[in-house]
Design a protein around this ligand. Structure first.
Ligand SMILES: [Mg+2]
Length: 172
């Protein structure tokens, strides 16, 4: 308390390049979040932001990954973070059956994990979403919003299979 030593780190579109799978959310009919989140294992890391997080962590900051991904993707998310050497002290994820707006869910997760005075503990947030960024700014937190370079990662080989899997309900 009194000391801001926490860095909040968003995952999708911040340290994880999710652009190649965004089309999964744009199709007609219901939005297939399961396929979208499952495909995240194939995201390329955003090295520049990861390096920044790593430097802050090495400087003694506590890193909290805060994501709208659901908890049923926890194992694959942790594996990705380890694979890409992202130093995360705490991972906060959306409950599996929670479909509320990201701003509401993320604020609730921070309150639950850090306490009511969470804004006073956070030095900086890396977050691409404008609404979540605005929430942090209102709470007195400085936000860095990454603008990713304009190459778009091509669809991964597993993309089609992942979608097929999700449709038929079979698991890995
Ligand atoms: Mg994001």
């Amino acid at each position: 308390m009194g000391m801001r030593n926490i860095i909040i780190v968003d995952l999708d579109h911040t340290i994880s390049d999710a652009r190649w799978r965004d089309h999964m959310l744009m199709g007609p009919g219901r939005t297939d979040w399961t396929a979208y989140h499952r495909a995240a294992v194939n995201d390329l890391p955003v090295e520049a932001v990861i390096k920044a997080v790593d430097a802050l962590h090495a400087a003694g900051m506590r890193t909290v990954a805060l994501t709208g991904r659901t908890q049923d993707h926890e194992a694959s998310t942790i594996a990705w973070l380890v694979q890409h050497l992202v130093p995360i002290d705490l991972l906060l994820m959306r409950p599996a059956d929670d479909h509320r707006q990201a701003t509401i869910v993320k604020e609730e997760l921070l309150k639950y994990a850090l306490g009511e005075d969470w804004p006073a503990q956070v030095l900086l947030a890396f977050e691409d979403n404008e609404h979540v960024a605005e929430l942090f700014a209102i709470k007195g937190i400085t936000v860095l919003r990454p603008v990713l370079p304009h190459h778009i990662q091509q669809d991964q080989p597993n993309d089609e299979e992942d979608q097929k899997e999700a449709r038929t309900g079979s698991s890995q």
